[in-house]
Write a protein that binds this ligand. Sequence first.
Ligand code: DX5
Ligand code: ZN
Length: 227
Amino acid sequence: MSTIHRIAPSILSADFARLGEEVRSVIAGGADWIHFDVMDNHYVPNLTFGPMICSALKPYAVTADGRPVPVDVHLMVQPVDALAQAFAQAGADCISFHPDASSHVHRSVQAIKAAGCKAGLVFNPAAPLDVLDWMIEEIDLICIMSVNPGFGGQSFIESALRKIELARQRIDACGKDIRLEVDGGIKVDNIARAAVAGADTFVAGSAIFGQPDYRRVIDAMRAALKG
Ligand code: DX5
Ligand code: ZN
């Protein structure tokens, strides 16, 4: 299991008129991953960006010294498979989807891995973890939603902490290196509680992009994680 914390700013709350620059700035501020929220106005009641924007941003997902920064694609789309393949071609490093959005979850995961990406499953606030009984060995990331998917800037749902604990138990029992991500309502003042529950990867959109100094927020999150 991994104990290295990763902070994954969601560009859903970035300035869409300056996305490349925003990706560059948040990486300069210390982002470990770039979280890319894909919404289709069908699985969720909002519409964001597609594979062409991912591929346009890919060259920006790199540190000043040339190290690639993983692009973490969170698909909130139904159906899953065609778009997952398009995002694999667009340079995604990890592609996650909601199991309830795919008729054949195992097949969708295998197709993502066959395309050369890491694969993740995302669980809505009211979704059980049961599918992990059959899928945990196949995946690289579990994402626990701590808001209902569709919008940035919502409040953290406390029951997500219990689900993170349950997911952590499953990961530990399985023994595979699987990242446990929490997504939604993460701020400097609650990130440590998510970590104590067992999360190791933290998506944060409005908390970071809503402030003028990205480095300051990310540093404060890391300090909270250390404490
Ligand atoms: C919600 C998205 C989240 C969202 C997080 O559907 O999956 O990634 O952008 O935004 P904040 O951090 O503002 O809750
Ligand atoms: Zn997300």
